[in-house]
Ligand binder design. Structure first.
Ligand code: NOJ
Ligand code: CA
Length: 713
């Protein structure tokens, strides 16, 4: 307590000093610093009583003075005419355990500045702004304290500005209100053009109203500082896109709207908005190691989640995306939209026999989970129209899928079946069936479900990322938690660190996943896709990317599509792209070679899915990244590295290994003549004994990668 007081008074003195130095005597300036003193946030009210903030890193401005404010329906704006009622400083330094994750525990250390503001004139509304400064960045949010006239208020705009200090290099995707499944673009800030990303032929729902970007959006300044903008704890509010002013190096919050309310978010005081977050780092890899977004969420409120154990899984899934089989049993045209339009091929994937084949494969290879898509009725009726309510039923299996027999066989073989609920973006139908559907899962020993929201949201006028859907996704987490069920959402709301509070939120999609390689009109994800995702989408949370395609070209099924990486790159993804569930996405037959298991499958059999430590060894946004992770329980280490279309040499110092111990290393790397385009499946495996004194040199082919297992002897 004592040290806390001292620290706070130091901060106050600092605030006063800055006030004197800047000579800004009229407006009360207030400052809060990160615990290591490198990051500083300054708040001030100008003469008109308008709030603004600035952010400094190592004494250099990274966010220039930026304004804040709100517009409402049937109420004046709240942007100026404010005075400071009270300022409070606070600090915290606590460590919290992760039930599963990239590390055992997270240190939550920050200094906070809480500013209470009030309008000087009637209606004398109150608003607080809270800043938290961490060593890895800052967060701030608005609080509407309990007060008259603040019930069921419709926010029509939030104006949080982010004035950048230059025309930074930016890795961005359009501010789409309906989907995050875009490729990332790398341009200077002044060249951002989200409008040109409209009409993506691959997307069934997309809406890009402005020249805006989605978050996380990552930048590099000309001084070599990395910044990433996002939000934390999005629970009952609209998702935030950032509208860009390319002439001014400036961004402003643009909340996702609703045509039904004509606004952005309905709030009732007391109410806190999500945190607006800015990660700040000298090294690109530090963005990945940052825990800022998680720390800005509340602690676990659902208790024990040991019903979920991190796992690898196989699935009746890729075969439908390849067009080898169908989701529906009837052979209708409807769900063949992912394959070839108009083709009628009754060739149901989710049959009893096929499920048993996957179970055998999983059991033989020590893979815990099996996902079965297309097991339930409704897929034949899923026509991509507005009439999608009541299409899916989450209890009734197709006639050729003997649900009880599959479940009994899985149990006998020690395999856990993962439920699949495709809602077809009809959340009201899902909400009606949710409880019964979750009870059905529990009655059958199922602990996790992959949900999906393909298509335009019903009711019309709502968007995947608006408040109405944010509430739905949250309700799913809450209801599932009550039933001890874990959620892996596809077409989700972006992750904002909710897994800290609800650790049954195990993974999400929310990016252009592996499936695009099977059917996208542009041929697939380019080699720099995942080296970009690691520094953008991955900063928000675990990704169900579904790695592990060995049959890179699959000409037998889709001659015009392919995976644009090498096989070794696919192996590396089990380490690089974090998720507590990792799919072996390819067909079981592609994991065998000459009747024996494919030699490279050994890495996937060995690799961990739950970590006590994670370290980013090297990386540059959009170019390459190498990550080392230590498996919980065993102490084995796994390293994965990927590159874009450039070949690279990486030297991995093994100094993270426990000194004095010998590890058996197996290196899975690109063959000397490997190339993502011309020779993607050429790989080599070498083994050796190593200690913490050793290093490993490896050459990554264009579009290539490597995977290294380090098992204790
Ligand atoms: C889109 C999901 O991303 C994909 O994984 C799933 O197979 C289909 N929807 C069908 O639900
Ligand atoms: Ca998807």
């Amino acid at each position: 307590m004592r040290s806390l007081l001292i620290r706070n008074s130091n901060l106050l003195i600092l605030g006063v000093l800055i006030l004197l130095i800047t000579g800004c005597s009229v407006s009360p300036d207030t400052v809060v610093e990160s615990p290591d003193g490198e990051i500083r946030v300054a708040f001030n009210l100008n003469d008109a009583g308008a709030p603004a903030y600035e952010v400094f890193y190592k004494d250099q401005p990274v966010i220039l003075s930026s304004s804040m404010g709100f517009d409402f329906k049937e109420m004046p704006s709240l942007k100026e005419g404010l005075k400071i009622l009270d300022i409070n400083f606070n600090s915290e330094d606590k460590t919290w355990p992760m039930p599963w994750g990239e590390r055992d525990s997270v240190r939550n250390q920050y200094n906070e500045m809480h500013i209470a503001l009030e309008e000087t004139q009637a209606p004398n509304r109150k608003i607080n702004i809270v800043f938290r400064a961490f060593d890895d960045g800052i967060g701030f949010r608005y609080e509407f304290p309990d007060q008259p006239g603040m019930q069921e208020v419709l926010i029509t705009d939030e104006h949080t500005q982010f004035n950048l200090s230059g025309d930074h290099r930016v890795w961005w995707q359009p501010g789409d209100w309906d989907i995050y499944e875009h490729l990332y673009n790398e341009t200077n800030f002044s060249e951002i053009d989200a409008i040109s990303k409209r009409n993506d032929p691959n997307l069934k729902a997309t809406y890009i109203p402005e020249n805006a970007v989605n978050t996380p959006v990552t930048m590099k300044t000309s001084e070599g500082i990395y910044l990433s903008f996002h939000e934390a704890d999005l629970t009952d509010y609209a998702g935030m896109t950032l509208k860009v002013d390319t002439s001014n190096n400036s961004m402003v919050s643009e909340l996702v709207g609703s045509e039904r309310t004509g606004g952005k978010a309905v709030i009732s005081a007391p109410f806190n908005t999500p945190w607006r977050t800015i990660q700040i780092a000298d090294r690109a890899g530090d963005l990945i190691e940052s825990t800022l977004v998680l720390n800005l969420n509340d602690p676990n409120i659902i208790g024990d989640v040991s019903y979920f154990t991190p796992m690898k899984y196989v699935g009746i899934w890729w075969e439908m995306h390849l067009g080898k089989s169908t989701w529906d049993m009837e052979g209708s045209q409807s769900m063949n939209t992912f394959t070839k339009s108009g083709e009628i091929r009754p060739n149901h994937g989710a049959t009893t026999e096929n499920a048993m084949r996957y179970i055998d494969f999983a059991a033989e290879n020590g893979i815990k989970g099996l996902l079965v898509e297309g097991w339930n009725t409704g897929w034949d009726k899923w026509i991509n129209t507005d009439d999608r309510e009541g299409v899916f039923d989450f209890m009734t299996p197709y006639a050729d899928y003997d649900f009880d027999k599959v479940m009994a066989y899985a149990r006998e073989k020690g395999v856990e079946v993962i439920m699949h609920h495709e809602t077809s973006a009809a959340p009201l139908t899902y909400e009606k069936q949710m409880q019964v559907a979750y009870q059905f899962m529990k009655d059958n020993g199922m602990n996790s479900v992959k949900t999906g929201y393909v298509g335009k949201i019903i009711p019309k006028g709502e968007y995947h990322h608006g408040q109405w859907m944010v509430r739905h996704y949250h309700k799913v987490l809450e209801e599932a938690a009550k039933m001890k069920i874990a959620i892996n959402a596809h077409e989700p709301i972006k992750d904002t660190g909710k897994r800290r509070t609800y650790p049954n939120a195990i993974a999400r999609e929310g990016l252009r996943g592996q499936e695009f390689n099977a059917w996208s009109a542009d041929g697939g994800n380019p080699p720099d896709h995942l080296p970009t995702v690691a520094f953008t989408r991955m900063l928000s949370g675990p990704i169900d990317f579904t790695p592990g395609i060995f049959n890179i070209r699959f000409d037998e099924y889709k001659p015009d599509n392919r995976v644009m990486t090498t096989l070794a790159h696919q192996l590396a993804l089990y380490v690089v792209i974090y998720s507590p569930i990792q799919m072996l996405a390819d067909l079981p037959e592609h994991y065998t070679e000459n009747g024996k298991i494919h030699p490279a499958l050994q890495f996937i059999r060995d690799v961990g899915v739950d970590w006590s430590e994670s370290r980013v060894l090297s990386g540059e946004v959009g170019q390459f990244v190498t990550i080392a992770r230590k498996e919980r329980g065993t102490g084995n280490w796994f390293v994965g590295g990927i590159t874009d279309e450039e070949s690279r040499t990486e030297v991995i110092q093994l100094d993270f290994l426990e000194p004095g111990k010998t590890y058996r290393a197996a290196l899975y790397k690109d063959a000397a003549d490997a190339h993502w385009d011309s020779n993607p499946q050429a790989y080599e495996i070498t083994s050796m004994d190593v200690t913490s004194e050793d290093s490993v040199e490896v050459i990554l082919a264009p579009g290539g990668g490597f995977a290294l297992s380090l098992m204790q002897k």
